[in-house]
Design a protein around this ligand. Structure first.
Ligand SMILES: [Zn+2]
Length: 281
């Protein structure tokens, strides 16, 4: 919870919205707004503990897995929190929403069938190549790889059930890009963590060549936060690296310990799990 909240709290557009907006109608938005006011208001004497407790309760009401005090998934917490606050704030929704194009190609007639869906996260699979340095681009290419569709496809062109191929593409990307590196294998027969190092840039992550929509000249991103998972799937520990919007300095948030990071290359770690990038424009 701490790791997810410190990541999102350091997204300047989102925090500005909640520090200045007063129309927070659902309980998650209201308590999240109170928490941010406690965290970001200077000379504050307010404790953030009551706001944190209320937020945990509000989130547990939406997602019962967060009711107790077991360790859960930081990305899952972000997902529930963002869904709840986007419901009533279309300005926030716009900040985070990208579009993924899914294509199914019929093996008989070869006619592609495309659908475009909104998503708040770019969930990237990790290619299993330990022989060389794996980059975000490698993960994007893995995500875009054409594959056999499980089962048969009802083709509306030749009107029958046939084998098919499927492919995902990035149609457009949002201003605030949240990348989940899919390190955790939740297959009950093979629960494990994919422990490979993914190289990601702090500045100028260039995704231009992968994006279909050409309204933007370029799709370039700078890193603002990383949710880091150290250790194994069954336990382990979450910390966050995040860049302060006012000072532009990086900090490590490790439970109650907050430490300034002097060498920003520290932010590149093999344990990165969720990366938050802001578009350069
Ligand atoms: Zn067909």
């Amino acid at each position: 919870m701490n790791s997810a909240l410190q990541c999102l709290s350091n997204v300047p557009q989102l925090t500005k919205y909640f520090l200045t907006s007063s129309t927070n109608s659902n309980s998650v938005s209201r308590t999240y707004s109170n928490l941010l006011k406690g965290l970001w208001t200077t000379n504050n004497t307010l404790s953030t503990t009551p706001a944190l407790k209320s937020l945990k309760n509000a989130i547990s009401g939406l997602a019962p897995i967060f009711t107790d005090y077991q360790q859960q998934d930081s990305h899952e917490f972000m997902n529930v929190l963002l869904n709840a606050i986007q419901l009533e704030h279309s300005d926030i929704e716009r900040l985070f929403l990208g579009k993924i194009q899914s294509t199914v190609i019929c093996s008989k007639c070869g006619v592609p069938d495309c659908t475009i869906d909104d998503t708040s996260f770019l969930q990237l699979p990790l290619p299993q190549e330990k022989s060389r340095l794996t980059t975000i681009s490698d993960c994007v290419e893995e995500f875009m790889k054409e594959d056999d569709l499980d089962g048969q496809w009802h083709c509306s062109t030749c009107n029958g059930l046939h084998d098919a191929r499927q492919k995902s593409d990035i149609y457009s990307l949002p201003e605030v890009l949240i990348i989940q590196l899919k390190r955790f294998n939740h297959d009950p027969n093979r629960l494990d963590k994919i422990d490979i190092n993914i190289d990601y840039p702090l500045y100028n992550l260039d995704l231009t060549k992968y994006v279909i929509e050409k309204q933007q000249q370029t799709w370039m991103y700078n890193l603002v936060a990383v949710s880091v998972h150290r250790g194994q799937l069954s336990g382990g520990h979450y910390v966050t690296y995040a860049k302060n919007k006012d000072t532009q300095e990086w900090y490590e948030f490790n439970d109650e310990h907050v430490t300034r990071i002097n060498d920003e290359s520290t932010v590149k770690t093999k344990d990165a799990y969720v990366l938050i990038y802001l578009r350069n424009d």
